[in-house]
Design a protein. Structure first.
Length: 66
């Protein structure tokens, strides 16, 4: 997969979505109290080529080829 900025192909930083899990501290009913250890989460899904990818340098939507 490769993202390319249509404004400037030298731009190489993009904002897109990935799905992460995080550890929670909950009560006996499973209700959120606070976040747990920040390092305890894991990647559930990496960025996907169908996501919107935005160049963080100029703000233009990138072209992504898988």
């Amino acid at each position: 997969m490769k993202a390319t900025c249509p404004t400037n192909p030298k731009h190489n930083r993009f904002a897109t979505m990935a799905h992460m899990s995080e550890e929670w501290v909950v009560n006996e009913h499973g209700e959120f109290i606070t976040e747990g250890d920040p390092g305890a989460g894991e990647v559930v899904a990496n960025p996907h080529p169908d996501n919107t990818w935005t160049c963080t340098i100029c703000g233009v939507d990138a072209t992504v080829v898988s």
